[in-house]
Design a protein around this ligand. Structure first.
Ligand code: PRT
Ligand code: ZN
Length: 210
């Protein structure tokens, strides 16, 4: 039996559940439950916080997971990615106050930047030879400049309306993300075979959607 970890409640939850259902896999889902077993495929679904999913799959507590690539790479396990799933597309971007001057990444030299993604941002800046002061905060990153915590931020953007509403201007894209299927790297031959069946169905669903 394969164990698949998906987000319990959040932006990935509904699309993850829909994808599994469209693969022809049936299961009962009750919002208070933390796991369910499929009735017509050897699959158990675990409902977790998205941040916990990469670690659980890396450790083999879950065999598979569906998570944002941003969370996967920030957790330091990019090697677990099996394939992109095409939903929850977003980008991790740098933004500064609307009126602030900005020409290039160089302008961030020595600047205080608030972010929930210090690993991805740190690697991006290092590659460009920029040394900034990263302040890691776990939420409400967009208010950091207005309360004097930082001169710039780096956060997830989709429509851009949150940045706009907080008087910020997107200046650079650091990372593009979508939901991805991830798998433990030491699956048994039996589980690997089941993963292949599941991937075959997921790819058929995506082809049919186009
Ligand atoms: O509770 P749990 O820890 O499981 O969930 P979470 O609150 O950490 O994550 P959640 O559900 O907010 O997001 C899950 C994943 O969805 C993210 O890791 C991304 O891969 C993806 N995703 C897609 C987004 C967005 N779009 C998005 N817009 N994640 C967050 N946002 C936020 C962003 O942080 C910002 O505050 O929405 C705001 C910006 O949206 P716009 O449309 O105003 O630009
Ligand atoms: Zn989270």
């Amino acid at each position: 039996m394969l164990r698949l970890a998906i987000q319990k409640s959040g932006r990935l939850s509904e699309d993850s559940l829909n994808l599994i259902r469209e693969c022809g896999i049936s299961f009962l889902s009750a919002s208070y439950k933390l796991k369910t077993e499929a009735t017509n495929f050897p699959l158990e679904i675990l409902y977790l916080r998205d941040d916990d999913i990469p670690g659980y799959v890396q450790d083999g507590v879950a065999d598979l997971g569906i998570v944002g690539q941003n969370v996967l790479v920030e957790a330091g396990f990019p090697q677990l990615q099996v394939e992109g799933l095409g939903f929850s597309k977003c980008r991790l971007s740098l933004a500064v106050p609307r009126a602030a001057a900005y020409n290039s990444t160089e302008d961030l030299q020595g600047v205080n930047i608030a972010t929930s993604y210090p690993q991805i941002l740190g690697a991006y800046l290092t590659e460009r030879g920029v040394k900034a002061n990263l302040h890691t905060i776990s939420g409400s990153v967009e208010i950091a400049p207005s309360i004097g915590l930082a001169e710039a931020i780096c956060d997830i953007v989709s429509s851009g309306s949150t940045l706009l509403g907080n008087g910020l201007r997107e200046v650079e894209t650091v990372f593009r993300s979508e939901a991805v299927l991830i798998a433990n790297q030491n699956l048994s031959a039996e589980k690997r075979e089941l993963l292949e069946q599941l991937q075959f169905r997921m790819q058929a669903v995506r082809r049919a959607r186009r």
